[in-house]
Design a binder for this molecule. Structure first.
Ligand code: ADP
Length: 544
């Protein structure tokens, strides 16, 4: 047996910030602070301050393998803190502030967070629950002395004071690359949230794979704006992929509205950005109103929910921005697929190109993928057959923290994503639906996503959701729930007419209803569960 003679170099995330600081030390990180002003720093300074905060964390008594929570927007202090936590061998547990109080109490206690870092914005959220968090020894407010608020939080400390007290003369704590470094709970639409535990190794491998040219395509010359929050599945790997490349990072803080995001895209000449569709809906509305353009932006990565075709077309045609549709989930670190072109697709017509891009795309390297029927038989890659989407790979969860949810892999190591999808002959995956959202009509399945995306193509529709409603003959039939565009009063008839001939007749909604608001989950997805409750017992006109 001949062994490789390469150096044993553990895949640890601190090597990412080391590299960025040494070879791209001057590259900037620009933050819109929660206090308001724009703050500028660079990788060299971030690296030094991360080491100082690492010393501070050790002084607070945080040991290897212990968990530190963060409830913070994307910003320079949050970024430094991540590397500091991981750099002392501790585990960075991102807390989604949009979760309900009970869920936050549950996950902070379940994960046994020792210290919680927070932006001042979130003081009220943690004040309301801190008496139920017996394990938390200290709360660190990510601000300076001048901006420290009055707070009832027990043992609250000022981040800048802690950093200032240290000298940064610190070597990262040695860890095994398989040790945990990150923790993120799934939103938990049913049951308690479950903890996904990332290792140093999985984050490095995933960062490299996600940075690739056909994925995010990060280069040192890029200016990258992750709108997607760091508390939402590692900001889709950008926290690792951008410094790996030495790209400038632009951090939006708390302001994610169309105008604020546009300001940063423009003033910082952002070339790559990423977020869920609802963020881009706000940006596009702002652009339309203001007449502003996007001359610097090359690429926008959109995922988390399906990208409506009209959004794709607007970015590509009206603003000359390349849309890369992506699919993933917390359990996948999170990127699974991206819809980057294959050879020859550049020559397709605009419409044919959009046909490719509405699909969620092809797996990045390290993600293995298949679709199966209910009995586990693999289905054809013909773009027609749809089944359970199964994945496996080195940056995909093998279990949840403390064994919650039991065994999550089948005997061959495949993880069931809970999504239903097709795969086409070129390897492009398309999500039909979440298994629990698919509408079961007369023994056949209807994709709620496809109807929603068609409906939002109507100019009088801002957002649309489709749920299955009980039907005496067909089991379930689709109900279309519409949030009208600002100042518009669409009718049921004009919307149905618009959809006619664009989908199979039996997929047409049995009714259309209008609402003032469509509820969203903590990660920006339409909350189907809440809608199903709201419309429980709804009587379809076809049911009489
Ligand atoms: P994330 O943190 O990426 O939002 P979650 O774990 O909260 O991940 O949710 C993952 C789920 O979101 C997927 O299983 C899928 O149902 C849905 N999803 C993600 N991206 C897309 C997409 N591009 N199109 C349709 N559904 C998507």
């Amino acid at each position: 047996m001949m062994r490789g003679l390469m150096q044993e170099w553990p895949l640890v995330v601190t090597s990412v910030i080391d590299h960025a600081a040494q070879w791209h030390g001057e590259r900037e990180m620009v933050t819109r602070t929660v206090e308001g002003p724009i703050h500028r720093t660079n990788y060299a300074e971030l690296h030094l301050r991360a080491r100082k905060f690492a010393q501070a964390l050790q002084r607070l008594g945080v040991g290897k393998g212990e968990v530190v929570g963060t409830m913070a927007w994307n910003g320079f202090r949050h970024f430094e803190a991540w590397y500091a936590i991981m750099g002392i061998g501790a585990v960075c547990h991102t807390l989604n502030p949009r979760l309900f109080a009970e869920q936050l109490v549950y996950i902070i206690n379940h994960a046994e967070d020792r210290v919680v870092l927070l932006d001042t914005t979130f003081v009220p959220i943690l004040e309301a629950i801190s008496d139920q968090l017996p394990n938390v020894k200290a709360y660190v407010l990510l601000t300076d002395r001048e901006n420290m608020p009055e707070t009832k939080l027990p043992n609250s400390l000022c981040y800048e004071d802690l950093v200032e007290a240290e000298d940064g003369n610190f070597s990262w704590v040695a860890v095994d690359e398989r040790d945990a470094c990150g923790l993120c709970y799934t939103s938990g639409t049913t049951g308690n949230p479950k903890g996904v535990v990332y290792s140093h190794r999985s984050n490095v491998i995933h960062g490299l794979a996600a940075a690739g040219a056909d994925a995010i395509g990060a280069r040192s010359t890029d200016n990258i704006l992750p709108v997607v929050p760091m508390f939402h599945a590692n900001a889709w790997a950008l926290v690792f992929a951008a410094p790996m490349a030495g790209a400038k990072m632009v951090m939006p803080g708390a302001k994610l509205d169309g105008e604020s995001i546009y300001e940063l895209l423009d003033s910082e000449k952002v070339s790559i950005t990423a977020a869920v569709p609802t963020v881009w809906l706000m940006l596009l509305q702002y652009l339309e109103k203001s007449g502003a353009k996007l001359p610097h932006l090359n690429r926008v990565v959109i995922g988390g929910s399906a990208v409506p075709r009209v959004m794709l077309e607007t970015f590509e045609r009206d603003y000359d921005v390349e849309v890369v549709h992506a699919w993933g989930m917390t359990e996948l670190s999170p990127v699974g697929t991206l819809a980057s072109f294959k050879s020859g697709m550049e020559d397709l017509s605009f419409d044919q190109q959009m046909d490719v891009k509405v699909k969620q795309g092809r797996p990045i390297y390290t993600v293995e993928m298949k679709i199966t029927d209910d009995d586990g038989n693999e289905l054809l890659h013909d773009g027609e057959a749809f089944g359970h989407l199964m994945v496996r790979g080195p940056a995909i969860a093998s279990a949840y923290l403390k064994g919650e949810g039991g065994k999550v892999l089948d005997d061959d190591g495949w993880f069931d994503t809970g999504d239903v999808a097709t795969l086409d002959p070129l390897g492009f995956m398309q999500i039909t639906d979440r298994a629990k959202d698919v509408i079961k009509s007369g023994g056949e399945w209807i994709s709620s996503i496809e109807i929603e995306n068609l409906a939002v193509g109507h100019p009088k529709v801002a957002e649309a959701a489709v749920i299955g409603v009980a039907h005496p003959k067909w089991d379930e039939r689709p109900l279309l729930i519409v949030l009208p565009a600002e100042g518009e009063k669409p009718t049921k008839e004009e919307i149905l007419e618009f959809m006619e001939d664009k989908i199979a007749k039996w997929w047409m909604p049995d009714d259309v209803t209008f609402v003032d608001e469509i509820p969203h989950t903590a990660t920006g997805k339409i909350q189907k569960l809440a809608l199903r409750k709201q419309f429980e017992g709804y009587e379809l006109p076809t049911a009489k």
